[in-house]
Write a protein that binds this ligand. Structure first.
Ligand SMILES: Cc1ncc(COP(=O)(O)O)c(C=O)c1O
Length: 370
C-alpha cells in the first residue's frame, strides 16, 4: 500500500476468488470421478456465502448447515442442488425443503416422523446419514435398512435415497478410525443403490478409495490445511482470505515498562512497538500467544502483550523502516492462517468463521494486491 500518515485502521479482508477457483481445481484433480458439493456453511467459512457460491460455478452443488442459509442462496438465484447438513427440525421446515427444492440430511428417526406427518407438494431429495463412529448426527448402522425402507415407502422422498457419513479423524493419517468408519459405512449400505458421499477435505486427499459419487470439501477450498500436520501449500492450496490492517502507532518501550492489558509482556531492552488496528472485536484471536507472527511492511515480527478488542502490539525492533500507516498482514498471503491458529490453540476454521461484520470483505479475482 502507499504509505500515508493516517492513524485510522483500514482493517479488511481480501477474498481472492482466483485462489478459491484454483483450490476447487485441486479438488477436481484429487477426485476426478466425483461430483463436488462445496461446503459453504457459516457464510462460506467467513468468506461470504453468495460471493463464494457464484465464484464456484464449476462445482456440482453446495452444502450448508441450516435451512435459512439454503433459502437465501435460492432467493439469490442459485439453481444447483443445495444440501442442508442439519436437515429439518420442524414440519414448517419440511415444507420449506419441498418449496425450495432443497436436499435434506436425515440423521435421526424423529425427522422421519416429521416427514410422514407433513403435507408437501413435491417429494424431497434426501440423504440418509449413517453414524459410523462420529456419534454426533446419523442413524446407527443396524437401523439403516429399516429407516431407508420406511422413507422409500412414504411417498415423500425422491428415490433412490442417497447415503452419507462423516469422518471423525480423517485429518490424522495414522488413525485407524477412518478405515473402520468406511468399512462400517460400506457394510450398512450394501445392496442400496443411492449415490454416496463420505469425504470432507482431508478424506478427499487422504482416503481416495472413499471418494464415491460426491465429495464434500470445505477447508481446502479456502486454502486451510485439512490435516493436523504439514502445510496447506505443500498440497498446492492457496490462501483465499488475507486479513489486513495497518500500523496506527509506533512507540519505543524501555526495559522496565510493559505493553498492554495485564502488563503481560515486558521487553528486556528498549524495543520499538507497533500498534496494529485489529483486535478480537474483528475476530483476531484473543488467545494468540506472544510470538504469534504478523507481517508488517513485508517483514515477519512477533505479537507481544495481550490482544485487545481493537488493537494488537507487535515488536518491530528487528524490522527495517516501519512507519505509521504501513500495511500489516495478520494471515493469508505470505503468512499461513494455520501458523496463527497453532499459536492461538485453535484451527483455521475457527479463525475464518470468526471474522466479524465490521471487517470489510474486498473481493478480487487475482492475487496481484489490491
Ligand atoms: C458433514 C460435513 N461434511 C463436510 C464438511 C467439510 O469439512 P472440511 O471443511 O474439513 O472439508 C463438514 C464441515 O464441517 C461437514 O460438517
Amino acid at each position: 500500500m502507499t504509505h500515508s500518515t493516517t492513524v485510522f485502521a483500514h482493517t479488511h479482508a481480501i477474498i481472492d476468488l482466483a485462489a478459491l477457483k484454483h483450490n476447487a481445481d485441486i479438488v477436481r484433480q484429487s477426485a476426478p470421478n466425483s461430483k463436488i458439493m462445496a461446503v459453504i456453511k457459516a457464510d462460506a467459512y467467513g468468506h461470504g456465502m453468495l460471493e463464494v457460491a457464484n465464484a464456484l460455478s464449476s462445482v456440482d452443488g453446495y452444502a450448508v448447515a441450516r435451512v435459512h442459509e439454503a433459502i437465501s442462496l435460492r432467493e439469490a438465484g442459485i439453481k444447483k442442488p443445495i444440501l442442508v447438513l442439519m436437515g429439518f427440525a420442524t414440519s414448517d421446515e419440511v415444507s420449506m425443503f419441498s418449496r425450495h427444492d432443497l436436499d435434506a440430511v436425515i440423521h435421526n428417526e424423529h425427522q422421519l416422523e416429521l416427514l410422514n406427518s407433513s403435507v408437501i407438494a413435491q417429494p424431497i431429495s434426501v440423504w440418509l446419514k449413517i453414524n459410523t463412529g462420529m456419534n454426533r448426527l446419523g442413524v446407527d448402522a443396524p437401523e439403516v435398512r429399516r429407516l431407508n425402507d420406511i422413507m422409500a415407502l412414504s411417498g415423500k422422498v425422491r428415490l433412490p435415497i442417497k447415503l452419507m457419513t462423516h469422518l471423525a479423524c480423517a485429518d490424522d493419517m495414522n488413525s485407524n478410525m477412518t478405515e473402520a468408519q468406511i468399512q462400517l459405512f460400506d457394510q450398512s449400505v450394501d445392496g442400496l443403490v443411492g449415490e454416496q458421499s463420505i469425504t470432507n477435505s482431508a478424506g478427499i486427499i487422504g482416503w481416495k478409495y472413499a471418494q464415491r459419487q460426491w465429495v464434500r470439501p470445505g477447508i481446502m477450498l479456502y486454502g486451510g490445511n485439512p490435516f493436523s500436520s504439514g502445510k496447506a501449500e505443500e498440497l498446492g492450496l492457496k490462501p483465499v482470505m488475507t486479513l489486513k490492517s495497518n500500523v496506527v502507532s509506533l512507540r519505543s518501550v524501555k526495559k522496565g515498562q510493559s505493553v498492554g492489558y495485564g502488563a503481560s509482556w515486558a521487553p528486556n531492552r528498549t524495543s520499538l512497538i507497533a500498534t496494529i488496528g485489529i483486535g478480537y472485536g474483528d475476530g483476531y484471536p484473543r488467545h494468540a500467544a506472544h510470538g504469534t507472527p504478523v507481517v508488517i511492511g513485508g517483514q515477519k515480527a512477533p505479537l507481544v502483550g495481550r490482544v485487545s478488542m481493537d488493537s494488537i502490539n507487535v515488536d518491530v525492533s528487528q524490522c527495517r523502516n516501519i512507519s505509521i500507516g504501513d500495511e500489516a498482514i495478520l494471515w493469508g498471503e505470505g503468512l499461513p492462517i494455520d501458523d496463527v491458529a497453532e499459536n492461538s490453540e485453535t484451527i483455521s476454521y475457527e479463525l475464518m468463521c470468526g471474522i466479524t461484520e465490521r471487517v470489510n470483505r474486498r473481493y478480487q479475482e487475482s492475487d496481484n494486491g489490491e
